[in-house]
Design a protein around this ligand. Structure first.
Ligand code: OSB
Ligand code: MG
Length: 356
């Protein structure tokens, strides 16, 4: 398989509802898309980098620069037998997993299409639908398997208490996006009484040691998101007792192959994983859905329906919420959804073709 050229583009898309996290409020999303021209066919991918360096040091801008300056020159025009070959060429670039992941995932989708398999089957998936969850600031959404409330200092115990009182039975969790410190351990222990499924990323991304210490002070299981950028991070987090659950986002960890390694490390340790989201368009969502069909994805993910985010998704068919709060896994070969190229064109605010 030879990647002949790659087109980078940034779209501008309005979120149906502003999205609030401990980093701030976001109304517009600027997804970075890649189109690989590979063996005479087009293959789309999505980079999950955010607009600013809050969730991660990576941004749309850094991903663009690293792709254009380093990653794409290393792979364009070369014959790549498999994902291993791609990972080897990317290895000299330190970090920048989001930039790497969009190429790795598009390349994997191309391999799946070439093998005449849906992406989920190609990855070894075992499900034809995945359980969905929804990540929200304040309002509640119906039909999802679990609700994740974004918290931060000043919006935590009271907020979760109010939700819990109104919905005593609902599967509830909280995501702090690194907004607390170890000094807040006693405060965070107050969340124990709400029977949360888990508390996601309470402390800073690099703080595996402090997460381990916090986990000894609270009953609520800690889940790590920002802290896990690689299989090595996952192995060390589990060795330290820093978490009891892992949120895998393929776009955060460098792609499907690294996601699979994290999945297997967690499975061997008896630790469940689930698939997080990064406000993706249908392209990134298709990748998340395919990954979440692996056996150790045992908890509902942040894989909401397209209409939770967008007035019109850029893929056809869009992802819809189905019976029992699930999303159906596409059955067509490769990515499994068709990209609406005309709509992508209209939403594009920046583009560049990187050739050999
Ligand atoms: O921490 O999981 C997160 C969105 C952007 C960046 C980080 C996160 C999120 C979400 C939204 O929680 C998940 C989604 O619905 O895509
Ligand atoms: Mg999170």
């Amino acid at each position: 398989m030879k990647i002949e050229a790659v087109e980078l583009r940034v779209l501008k898309m309005r979120l149906l509802k502003p999205f609030r996290t401990s980093f701030g409020v976001q109304q517009d999303r600027y997804p970075l898309l890649v189109r690989l021209d590979i063996d005479g066919r087009s293959q789309w991918g999505e980079c999950v980098a955010g607009e600013g360096p809050w969730y991660s040091y990576e941004t749309v801008e850094t991903a663009w620069q690293v792709l254009k300056g380093y990653l794409l020159p290393a792979v364009i025009g070369r014959d790549l037998a498999n994902v291993d070959a791609l990972e080897t060429l990317f290895a000299p670039v330190r970090g920048h997993h989001m930039a790497k992941a969009c190429i790795e995932m598009a390349f994997t989708a191309a391999l799946a299409e070439h093998a005449r398999k849906p992406l989920a089957k190609f990855l070894g998936g075992v499900r034809d639908r995945v359980e969905t969850g929804v990540s929200i600031g304040a309002s509640l959404a119906q039909g999802y398997r679990r609700i994740k409330v974004k918290i931060e200092p000043g919006w935590d115990v009271m907020a979760l208490g109010a939700v819990r009182e109104r919905y005593p039975e609902i599967t509830l969790m909280a995501d702090a996006n690194a907004a607390y410190g170890l000094d807040d351990a006693a405060h965070l222990a107050q969340l124990d009484r709400f029977g949360l499924l888990m508390l996601e990323q309470p402390l800073a991304a690099g703080d595996l040691v402090d997460h381990a210490s916090l986990q000894r002070q609270i009953r609520t299981p800690i889940c790590l998101d920002e802290s896990i950028e690689s299989a090595r991070d996952a192995r060390q987090a589990l060795q330290l007792g820093a978490c009891q659950v892992i949120n895998i986002k393929p776009g955060r960890v460098g792609g499907f192959a690294e996601s699979r390694r994290i999945h297997d490390i967690a499975a061997n340790a008896g630790v469940p994983v689930w698939c997080g989201g990064m406000l993706e368009t249908g392209i990134g969502r298709a990748c998340n859905v395919a990954l979440a069909t692996l056996p150790n994805f045992r908890l509902p993910g942040d894989i909401s329906a397209s209409d939770r985010y967008w007035a019109e998704d850029i893929v056809e068919p869009p992802f819809t919420l189905q019976r029992g709060g699930t999303v159906a896994v596409p059955t067509r070969w490769g990515l499994g959804v068709r990209v609406k190229v005309d709509l992508v064109e209209r939403l594009t605010v920046r583009r560049e073709l990187i050739g050999s």
